[in-house]
Design a protein around this ligand. Sequence first.
Ligand SMILES: [Zn+2]
Length: 449
Amino acid sequence: MEFGTKTAETSIVKQETSVPPSKEVAKTVNTLSTENEDFELKGKVVTKGDIKHWNNSRGTGKLFNATIVDSNGDEIQATFFNEAVDTFYQLVSENKVYNFSKGRVKLANRRYSSCDYQLTFDKNASIVEVFDDGHIEENYKFSKICTLKNKVGEVVDLCAVVVGVGPVVEFTSRKSVQLKKRTLTVVDDSNTEIELTLWNNQAENKRVDVGSVIIAKNLKVTDFQTCSLSTIRDSSKLVVNNTQIPEATVLLNWYKKIHGKEPSVKLTQKTDLSEKLPRVSLSELQERFKGKEEGQELLVISGFIGFIKKDDVSSIWYTACKNSEVCKKKVVLGADGLYTCSKCNETSSECSYCYMASIKIQDFSGSFWVRSFDNTAHKIVGYTASYLQKLHNTDEQEFDKVMNSLPGKSIEAVVKVSVYGGRTQATLQSVLEPSTQKTLELYLKDLNK
Ligand SMILES: [Zn+2]
């Protein structure tokens, strides 16, 4: 009997030591931590991003991001990986409420998030839609525009009136990704204006007019040369003219009655890069690098097209990846009759064409050879390289006509001049709208030397 009791006691003690100190299941964003991955979070999905695929040295995969807000109005970013994309992408919808569990809690990248943590979900995740009792509301923490100068690098919410809407601008990033952006100018009742850049889908499809009240969640305060705001991919949310948000109504009243009586303070200074660069004549350009072994400089030049090298067409364009909208990698026709892009890892019977032309530019003082790649040459020629290539094959006369129309055409451009080991190479960076006045000033300056 005694013996038996003792055994029972020992076994109880044993059990106690093997049970970890009990932790409560986290039910809200503010109780989540990386120490405690046991959570059961009830939250509303406020933004859901597109599926993204990656392909790098560590392998391939896919993901999508969502922003979840809980009953306290606190927000957290969730990322779904691979099988979780297959299982949950269709299920998870914006403005619906779910119980999220069986994921991991990680430290968030504060560059893209206003929360310390983020959630990740894989195939083990449990996400169950629950009844929306209307208790989960998005929580905005609006920043006045006049305070943004002190918040560079932070993520903020904004309630502002649109006073300017720019055009959708398409361009290619340094990583050869085709991007679209639209810049809005917005003002709030601190009577301060700032530029807000919308990207891609939001740039193209978000309908905003002058006088609209824009309510934005998760904007990045940037300071690239000048203070401005930018949307963050998959995270920013924009609502236009939502009268249910009291701040929006107050602001609209301010805009109608007060705005315009005093000039606004402008946080974003318009900067045109080419305005800041040295403007040189072509003879000055020659002189600048004479005798130099190494160096690099961005300069603005203006003149006219003297000559385009066209010994054979391969000196005008090259065969490029068929996805030349996003990838301008050179491809070579293999023995199998197929083109392989080593960057996209794709093989195709088709290719496209991209410019790589040598152009002699002339002005009143001299001439200079520059290289011109797809973006700049397209602007100079007026046609894509693929179109011109087709023309060359089908209608040589018309092709010659296009090529012969180019000499004499005026050009103003930003050019990057590099010198390595005494050899100079110049590449057109961007083609500007010609400004006759400035060319004239330069000409007069040259005369007075
Ligand atoms: Zn490619």
